[in-house]
Every structure is written in C-alpha cells, then in structure tokens.
Design a protein around this ligand. Sequence first.
Ligand SMILES: *Cc1c(COP(=O)(O)O)cnc(C)c1O
Length: 365
Amino acid sequence: MTTATSSEKIFVTKPYLPPKEEYYSYVDKIYETGHLTNEGPLVKELERKLSDYLGVKNFQYVTNGTIALQFALKALGIEDGEIISTPFSYVATTSSILWERCKPVFVDIEPDNYTLDVNKIEAAITDKTKAIMPVHVFGYACDVDGIQKIADKYGLKVIYDAAHAFGSIYKGKSLLSYGDVSTLSFHATKLFHTVEGGACIAKDKEVFDRLHMIKRFGNIGDEHYNLGINGKQSEFHAAMGLANFAHLEDIKQRRKTISEYYDELLEGRLARPSVQSELEYNYAYYPVLFKTEEELLSVFAALNQQGIYPRRYFYPSLNTIGYMPERYKCLVSEDISKRIACLPLYVGLKDSDIEMICKIILADG
Ligand SMILES: *Cc1c(COP(=O)(O)O)cnc(C)c1O
C-alpha cells in the first residue's frame, strides 16, 4: 500500500486557516484604529455575529474555553461544594472544577451517546451538591430536559460544557440555550476557532452582567464592584474569528460530506453513537467505537505506519486520573474510553485520504 497522497501527516484535525488577505484586511483595521484589546470594535462585531448566528443572547467572548467554565462557576456564585460531572470529556471540564476549589463528583455516561446518564444523577446528590456540569460531548445533546428537571427539584445550577456544541440545534433551538450557563471553546482545533478563545452564554441577564464584570477585573473605571480577573480577548483573535466566520457554511458542509463519506465506506463495520432524532448535528467529530482496546491499538498501529494519527478522544476516563480527590467507579465511561477514537475530520482532508483510512481500518478491523 502506498502512503498518503503526499508526505504530509494526517492528524485528527488541522486548524482551518482563512485566506491570508481576508485576515489581513481585519488586521489593517486594527492598525487604523490602534485599538488592540479591551473589547474593541472587532471583538464587539464577532460577539454580535456569533450570537446572531447561534441564536443566543447574553454572549461573552473570553480568552478560552477553560476559563469560560471557571467564569461560569464564579458568576453563579459557586465557591465550594460538589459539582456533578461526566468522566467522559477533555480534562479541562474537570480541572476547571478543581481549580475553582470545588469537588468533581463523577456520574457515569449513557452507552449510546456518551453523555451524562440522567438516571444516575440523583443518587450522587448530597447536601453539598451545588451544580451539574454535563458535556454535550462530540456535539451530541445531553438529556437537557431530564437534567433540568433534577436541577429544579434540588435547586441546583446547570453549567453545560458545550465546547463541542457550536451550531448544534436541539428541539428547534440552539443546544447552547439550555442550562444556566453554556460555555464554548474556540481553540484552534475546534470546529470554529479564533486561535484561542471561548465564550459563556448565560440564560439570565444578571449572570451575563456578572460574567462581563469578572472578565475585566471586576471594575468599571475606578469603581471596584467585585473580585475579577482578566479574561478579555484581543482584537487579533477576533480578526481571525471574523475571517473564519465568513467561511463557516463551507466548513460545515465539507465536514458533513466527509462524515457521510466515512459512513458510506465503513459500511457500519464500526459502532457509532446514536444521534437523537431531534438533534441537528454539527459534525464536530467522527467518533468510532472498536470492539476491544486491542483492536483499536492494532488499527492505530496500521494507520500510524501510513502517517495517519487519529486520537483517543477521550482517554483515559477522567475518574481514573491520579489527582482526583475521590475514587468513583464509572464502568461505562471506563469501557468506552478504552475503545473509542476520533477519525481525522477537517476541511483540507482529501477524499483519497478518507479512502485510505477506511481501507486500513477495514483490512485490520
Ligand atoms: C477544548 C475543550 C475545552 C477547553 O477549551 P480551551 O479553549 O482549549 O480552553 C473544554 N472542554 C472540552 C470538552 C473541550 O473539548
């Protein structure tokens, strides 16, 4: 078998780069105004465009998706106690809880779409529980209604780590409009990026105002209202965001086409998560589930030999990380995380690359 169409390695993702001139035209504006940061015109324009596009109000652009989670906890007044969360996510979900001096309490996931298992949440609630922090993992919707019902019953806040849910629509509205706060990541590897960046979307205007205060030191001029920190994003990051924004439809379309081509070529030979009927999926990832970890490792070895590097998203299950304050058993997450991988999915991925990837998987699997 021949190696990839070029000598270029193929990773799970490759950051989208807009045409240089389009980025430069925004940079020219920065040079014209001399406004580099502190909520300048490009940041304002990006916030406006994104909140319109996503169909959400109370949108705050911040420096990254991890600080967005920390801001959500701060803005909701959660300073200690237990946060019920999922072990099947990127480590930032859990580390943001720990960094805010709260304790993550892990509840297992659904076997079919890997989101928090709503039937297991109540058993984990104690008098110290303050909030539930589920993840719309890979862009699949959590059981938002079930989770809200439990939150209402016990007086808990709901913070969605929606880092993967950019553009996902659920039951006719943005998946980001559920819960008290949803957070996004615009990291270079994500579906939509601003190099680094993130956002908080608040249900209440009051929480939005607090988020806004926190992200700029808690003050307006010389008046200090509350403790804050610096979470402001620069005009250069917004420039990249605006340049990418203009290509969003093409980005989405290509990702959809690639995903459907994988579906066709893999012929159902690998298990895939089941997408809810009421979800308009955003094609953020292409996860596949192998039968065993051995099979995954063997396919990875064959792919690596051809310069193809999928990623073990998400491995290990976060409840097994050594520095967690308490041990929890999450058998479904521990099992899935050993067998799951995300296949390469990005705009520049060629049809011939997809064909080669599938050929290797089917030969080895
Ligand atoms: C990427 C990611 C984050 C962190 O976002 P950054 O912008 O890199 O800080 C948080 N949660 C999940 C689920 C992610 O995938």
